[in-house]
Structure formats: structure tokens, C-alpha cells
Design a protein around this ligand. Structure first.
Ligand code: 6A9
Length: 789
């Protein structure tokens, strides 16, 4: 019995939250406490939509489609690379009061703008303005349907008010977080002062079982029976929302979806470009509004916000004063804005597992306000990405950074573990294949949030009287118990075989199927490590992350007047260059390296499939690629040259007079190793694993391509060493100029040429590749332009 009891209580630990008081008060995101930040574009996964920072917020959004096109129904809603848009993203966004987005579809461009206005007790009002223009190349002005919608999520009501038979003029709504409100759909006009344009109207009032079903519901309701008949022009059938019958009856046979059905209302307007449409949200508790936020008032408000944004951008990043071109500055604004406009508010439960659970468990419900790496492909929170995101955002608005870090640390469990990938809520879950959903509590991810905390501390220490920095101290005080446990978790669960060495857990186990088993937890996925994962491994990047983290723990503890000696000692030990050399310097490679049970003599080969003589070949399984090991592994340095070898330099662990810097700089600048005209490649061109696939289906990822987060760290480190007296100071300064210029030029050029900022860049052509838009860490280009590190 005791054993059983122990087992079940151990099994619960993974889903038991940390006992210290949460960093965020329960109502800290509410309309009462934080009205200015209540409403926002916190749905980064859709092209355009807004919600509030509440668990089951009413959501608003927009879908659209081109009428009379040869293609099939081309409904756009959630950001999808498959839509092949020419580009989309926020060009301006201050994170709080307004945003301007441009969406370039095949033959027209939609500009989606919003402005908020405070008043009442529920986060106030907002207005959207959608402007549609055809491209000059379009043979004729396209007819477009915009579908504006509001959807409830398990609570609240939405009631359609229909005028003129089928024009939905407004929605009257109520919800817990918003009280009473009204959403008004204005008629399209050609410009602010012009009169109404011909338009056709349709609407849908129905219910949905969950937000991830909205696109399907609209799709299934579409009908071609409607006629578009402009006064001067031919009559044509167009596609519009019609009736939709929720599958009630089926439900009884197949009770797959037992969730509460919630109101879903869609207003469709079909109109030819060019046009402009406004949608207003008005809060019932906002009395004595001076006027409506529409037309010329809206224009004035927008102009005012844009001017304020421009001023703040220049004050924060100073790109004008660095003589960047207007086009470069526009790019910089877009990169920052899309990171801000890519912030999401998610709510739900992770699926987690420990060794004590036979099956995965649901983590406690929680909220996460976070930036996302990519609005199309990974619109959710990733732990180590977020530290990089907040490096940029903390310069713009440290409150955003405190809020995001607080949310992340409030998700920590009693063990000190934070799930690496946060897939919260049905909408987020619907985007992730089942095999990627479960998060395991042995698994870490680099603690980059310490980089963002370091920035907050520097801001505070350099001007403690600054109003924006002041809340940092009370924030750290509340954060501290959680940070201590977080740090301790790394320091106990990720230790290596030798004192003061570290090892990433969670490497791929099935070594047979991979050229080199991956280490997703390190963030560098397929970057080559020891060929045969074992407890003998030690990882140099993790060692450096720990050196950095212990140092920042020490500064926070010192700042708070808490005991800091142990952190100080850890930091000194882990930063000791002699120790680092002993553990990680490979004399053979002349570089820092991982150590483990390793052989270089591996390759992927076709598995032998035995086909008996005289039997037809096609009746036997297709040969897979499997790993062949030609020489047995032994304990040794891994000797892969790439990002991992650079970590002691990247995180400023090396002393400025460290002779290892000379080797590092030489390898960095070598075209046959890490140097390219576009940034540093992740793995040396001379490495045997360079650009090698890991399996038949798994293309190289961190085995050559250029990643901007690590390049940012490299530029920042070069800047650091160029400011430190020492034998390599001048070399660092020269490399700094070159590398910085190369990265900025290429990311910028790719943006202009393709319309996107990318997940990574090709090391031979500079071309953007992988998911896009990727205005997660690739947006750090802005900080390199600004030279703010
Ligand atoms: C798989 C796909 C619809 C991989 O930017 C997020 C992470 C980084 O943290 C990591 O360092 N990316 C990098 O190596 C993307 C990971 C995406 C995994 C999602 C499911 C769903 O497709």
C-alpha cells in the first residue's frame, strides 16, 4: 500500500503547481485593473482578430474571400502558409492602443487597422477600418467578401440585428468580461468622405462547439445561390454564408463533442474594390461618449497614434540618427510591430507526463500572455524563444516583458519545471499533431528568460527613478521564489557526469533510425551531439547557460537583499575558464565541444530487404534508411564545429584575454567553416554532418542554415569583446561591423524580395526558408540595427 501511495503522490507532482503566491494577482489582467491592455490583437493565429485577456473571451475576427475567381473557394481566416499570400503583417503596432496591418493577397491588398478608446468599466471601445485596394496589375477590380464575426466561447450571448432583409447591421452582446456591448457594421464607402457603395449582404447566426471550428462552420454554410447585381454591370452568382445547421442529431449517435455550444454570428459584405469599411465595438458601460470613433474622427486618431509611434520608435531605437534609409526604418518598424501584434493570450491545459505516469495527465489550467515565433506555423508559446522575444520587447515596453515573464513563471510546477512548448486551448491544440502534444518533465529548454531579466535589471539599475523601470523591483520580489526553484531544477535535473558539468535530458532514444539522435530540449534540435546518447555526455551550451543563469540569480538576489553567495560561487565556478577548458576544450578541434559516447563513422543507408529469388520485389516493404555504424563509439569529444562551440563566447563566459577567442574568431571568419555573406551558419561547412538529413524525411535544420537568434548573440558578444581591453579587442570590433552588416542586409533584402521575415536563412544563397512570417527571434535584427544589446 505504501508503495502504491508513494507512486501516486509522485505521479501527481508533475501536475502540482508551485506553492508560492503567483506573480500575477488573479485579476491583474482584468478590465478593472488593466483596462488599457484588456482588448488586443491577442489572436496571432488569425490574420485579423481581437479578444480580451480572459479565459473564455468573446472573440472577434475577419475572414475574407475573392469572388468570381477561377480558383475554388479561397476562404482566408487562420494564418496559413498554404494561402500563399504575398505578405502580411503589422507595419505599426504599439502593443496597446492601435495597429496597422497590411495583407497582400493575389490581386488586392487589405489594410486592417484598429484603434482603441478607453471609457467605461470593460476596457472601452474600438474601431476597425479595413481598406481594400486592387493591385495595379489586376486586369479588373476584384469583388471581395469580408466576413466579420463575433464568437462566444462557452459563455456570453450574441444577438444579430438585421436590417433590410439580410444586412446584419449590428450585434448586441453580453458576456462576463464585457457586460453589454454592441458591434456595428458600417456600410462600405470608397473613401472617408464619399457616399455608400453598392454591396451585397449576407449573414449567419448559429452556434459553434469551439473556436477551432469557426472556419469549417463558415465553409459548410457557403452557398452559390446569391446574385450580385451592381447597378452598372452584369448579374453574377456569388458565394456567401447561408444557413448552417449544427449537427445536433448526429451528436446523439456520436457524442464526440460534448462542449457547450456558443453563439457565433457572421456579417458578410460583398463589394468591389476599392473600398473602406468600419466596424465599431462599443462598450455598454461607456456613457457620454464625445462622438463615435468613425470616419474623420477615426482618421485623426489613427494619424495621431502613427505619429506617436514614429516618435517613440525613433526615441527607442534611433535608426534615423544612424542614417538608415526610410525603407530600412519601415522594415524595422514592421519587425517590431509584428512581434507585438503577434502576442497572444492563451488559456488551457498542457498535456504532460513524468516517469511515474503510465499515461499523460492534464496540467492545471493556466493563462499565458506571450509572443509567438510564427503566426502561421507555430502560433503558441515556446520557452526559449520567449527569452529572445522579450529582449526586443523590453526595449519598447518593459511592462510587456514583466507580464510575459510573470505568466511563464506562474506556469511552473512544484518541481521547478516549465513545459517547453505551450499548447493551450482547443484552438492551439487543433494545430499540433498528436505526437507532439505531450510535454515531459525531464525536459529542459535553454533558460533564456534570464537574458530578458538581465535587461530589466540593467534598465532598473541604470535609472531606478524611471517610472517604466520602477515596477521591476516588486516584480522581482514576487518572482524570486519561483526563479529559485526554476534555477534549482536545472541545477539538479540536468547535471552531467562530472562535477560542474551539465547534460541535456530528453535526447532521441531510437538511435538506429537517426543519423544523429536529436536534442530538441537544447533548442538546437538536430545539431550534432554524441552519436550514442548516454549518461556520460556533457554539453557545453548548457554549461554556459548555467554560468549565465547563476550570475543573474546572484544579481537578482543581491538587488533584493536575499542571500546571494551560493549563486555567486556557482557563477564563479561555472565561469572559470580553466574548468571550461578542462571539460570542453578539444585540442583536436581547437574549439569548445560536447563530450560523450561518440563515433564519427555513421551514415544513413538503405536497409537490406530480403527478397527471396523469383518473388516480385514490390510485394516487400520499401527499404527505409537506417543508420549504419562503421566504427564503435567511445568516450571522446564530439568535435562538431558550429553554434555549440561558440557558447563560451556567445554568453560572454570567456575572459577578454582568453586565447581561445583567437581560435573562435578564426573559425567564425572562415568561409569554409562558419562565415557566410549572410550571417554565421549553424554548422561548419567542413563538418561531416554539414547539411546532412537526419532521416529520409527529416531535412537538415541546425546543420548549416543561418539562425538569427544565435547570430544576434554573436553580434552582441562581438560588441561586448570590442569594448573590453584585451588582445582580441580590435579583431572583435572588425568582425562586429562585418557580421552585423551582413545580417541586417540579408534579412532586410529577403523581406523586400519575399514579403516576409523568415525562420532561418540559406547559408549559400541567403534566401529565407522554413516557416514565415517568423517575427519571433528573427526580429532581433532591429536590435542589431539599433546596436542595443
Ligand atoms: C511541430 C508542427 C502545423 C524549432 O520556434 C519554435 C521552435 C524553436 O524553439 C526550436 O529551437 N522551432 C526550433 O528548433 C519550431 C518548432 C515547431 C514544432 C512544431 C508541429 C505543426 O505543424
Amino acid at each position: 500500500f505504501y508503495a502504491l501511495y508513494m507512486r501516486s503522490s509522485l505521479a501527481k507532482r508533475v501536475v502540482t503547481l508551485h506553492p508560492s503566491p503567483p506573480v500575477l494577482d488573479a485579476n491583474s489582467s482584468s478590465a478593472k485593473v488593466s483596462p488599457e491592455r484588456f482588448w488586443g490583437s491577442y489572436r496571432p493565429q488569425v490574420y485579423f482578430g481581437m479578444k480580451t485577456k480572459t479565459p473564455s473571451s468573446i472573440v472577434t475576427g475577419m475572414m475574407w474571400m475573392r469572388q468570381f475567381s477561377d480558383m475554388d473557394v479561397n476562404l482566408r481566416h487562420t494564418c496559413e502558409q498554404g494561402d500563399r499570400l504575398h505578405g502580411y503583417g503589422w507595419l505599426m503596432h504599439d502593443g496597446i492602443t492601435f495597429g496597422v496591418q497590411e495583407i497582400r493577397d493575389n490581386d488586392f491588398t487589405l489594410t486592417t487597422e484598429f484603434v482603441k478608446r478607453m471609457g467605461g468599466d470593460h476596457g472601452g471601445d474600438w474601431t476597425w477600418r479595413i481598406t481594400a485596394k486592387q493591385h495595379s496589375s489586376a486586369p479588373q477590380a476584384p469583388v471581395i467578401s469580408l466576413m466579420f464575426y463575433a464568437a462566444a466561447d462557452t459563455q456570453g450571448t450574441l444577438e444579430a440585428h438585421v436590417e433590410e432583409r439580410n444586412r446584419l447591421a449590428s450585434i448586441a452582446g453580453f458576456s462576463e468580461e464585457l457586460g453589454n456591448f454592441k458591434i456595428t457594421f458600417r456600410k462600405p464607402v470608397t473613401g472617408e468622405l464619399s457616399s455608400a457603395k453598392y454591396a451585397s449582404y449576407n449573414y449567419l447566426q448559429t452556434v459553434s462547439p469551439g473556436l477551432e471550428k469557426l472556419t469549417d462552420i463558415v465553409k459548410h454554410s457557403l452557398n452559390r445561390r446569391f446574385v450580385y447585381s451592381p447597378p452598372s454591370g452584369e448579374k453574377r452568382h456569388y458565394i456567401a454564408v447561408d444557413t448552417y445547421n449544427p449537427p445536433h442529431h448526429q451528436n446523439q449517435q456520436k457524442p464526440t463533442d460534448k462542449r457547450k455550444e456558443s453563439d457565433f454570428v457572421v456579417h458578410q459584405v460583398t463589394v468591389q474594390t476599392p473600398f473602406q469599411i468600419e466596424v465599431l465595438f462599443e462598450s455598454g458601460s461607456f456613457h457620454n461618449r464625445p462622438n463615435q470613433l468613425v470616419g474623420s474622427i477615426m482618421t485623426q486618431e489613427l494619424e495621431k497614434r502613427k505619429a506617436e509611434f514614429d516618435t517613440k520608435f525613433e526615441k527607442t531605437f534611433g535608426l534615423e540618427s544612424k542614417d538608415f534609409s526610410q525603407a530600412h526604418i519601415k522594415f524595422g518598424k514592421a519587425a517590431l510591430s509584428n512581434m507585438l501584434g503577434g502576442m497572444g493570450y492563451f488559456f488551457g491545459q498542457s498535456v504532460v507526463q513524468s516517469v511515474y505516469n503510465e499515461y499523460p495527465l492534464l496540467y492545471p489550467e493556466g493563462a499565458l500572455f506571450t509572443a509567438v515565433p510564427s503566426r502561421s506555423f507555430f502560433p503558441r508559446g515556446f520557452l526559449w524563444d520567449e527569452g529572445f522575444h522579450q529582449l526586443l520587447l523590453s526595449k519598447w515596453d518593459p511592462q510587456v516583458t514583466r507580464e510575459a515573464i510573470a505568466h511563464w513563471l506562474d506556469l511552473i510546477n512544484i518541481e521547478g519545471w516549465i513545459p517547453r512548448e505551450q499548447i493551450l486551448g482547443d484552438e492551439a491544440r487543433s494545430k499540433v499533431p498528436a505526437e507532439f502534444v505531450v510535454q515531459r518533465n525531464e525536459n529542459a529548454n535553454p533558460p533564456t528568460l534570464f537574458l530578458a531579466l538581465q535587461e530589466l535589471i540593467e534598465q532598473f539599475s541604470s535609472s531606478p527613478e524611471n517610472a517604466e523601470a520602477q515596477p521591476t523591483l516588486p516584480f522581482l520580489r514576487r518572482l524570486f521564489p519561483r526563479l529559485k526553484t526554476w534555477f534549482e531544477w536545472y541545477n539538479t535535473t540536468q547535471t552531467g557526469p562530472l562535477p560542474n558539468s551539465y547534460r541535456w535530458r530528453g535526447r532521441d532514444k531510437d538511435t538506429n533510425l537517426f543519423l544523429n539522435p536529436k536534442t530538441l530540449t537544447s533548442g538546437l534540435d538536430d545539431y550534432p551531439r554524441a552519436s550514442h546518447p548516454s549518461a556520460d555526455e556533457r554539453h557545453v551550451d548548457l554549461h554556459c547557460w548555467m554560468a549565465l543563469s547563476s550570475g543573474i540569480m546572484a544579481s537578482i538576489a543581491r538587488l533584493l537583499g536575499e542571500p546571494h553567495e551560493d549563486y555567486e560561487i556557482s557563477h564563479q565556478v561555472l565561469s572559470d575558464n580553466n574548468l571550461l577548458n578542462e571539460l570542453h576544450w578539444s585540442e583536436q578541434l581547437h574549439a569548445f565541444s560536447d563530450f560523450g559516447n561518440h563515433t564519427q563513422a555513421v551514415s544513413l543507408q538503405q536497409e537490406k530487404v530480403y527478397v527471396p529469388p523469383g518473388q516480385p520485389r514490390h510485394q516487400f516493404p520499401v527499404a527505409r534508411l537506417v543508420r549504419s555504424v562503421r566504427r564503435a563509439p567511445k568516450k571522446q569529444f564530439v568535435n562538431a564545429l558550429g553554434y555549440v562551440s561558440l557558447f563560451p563566447f556567445l554568453l560572454h563566459i570567456l575572459r577578454p584575454d582568453s586565447p581561445e577567442l583567437e581560435h573562435i574568431f578564426r573559425d567564425m571568419r572562415d568561409f569554409n567553416k562558419l562565415w557566410t555573406p549572410y550571417g554565421l551558419r549553424s554548422l561548419s561547412k567542413s563538418d561531416p554532418m554539414y547539411m546532412k538529413r537526419n532521416t529520409e524525411h527529416d531535412a537538415p535544420y541546425w546543420r548549416g542554415p543561418i539562425w538569427i537568434n544565435i547570430n544576434y548573440l554573436a553580434v552582441r558578444a562581438l560588441h561586448h569583446y570590442s569594448n573590453m581591453e584585451g588582445p582580441y579587442q580590435e579583431k572583435a570590433a572588425a568582425l562586429y561591423e562585418e557580421l552585423r552588416t551582413n545580417i541586417i542586409n540579408n534579412v532586410y533584402r529577403q523581406y523586400v524580395e519575399t514579403g516576409y521575415i523568415w525562420e532561418q536563412y540559406n547559408d549559400s544563397t541567403g534566401r529565407g526558408q522554413g516557416s514565415h512570417p517568423f517575427t519571433g527571434w528573427s526580429a532581433l535584427t532591429v536590435l542589431m540595427m539599433a546596436e542595443q544589446y
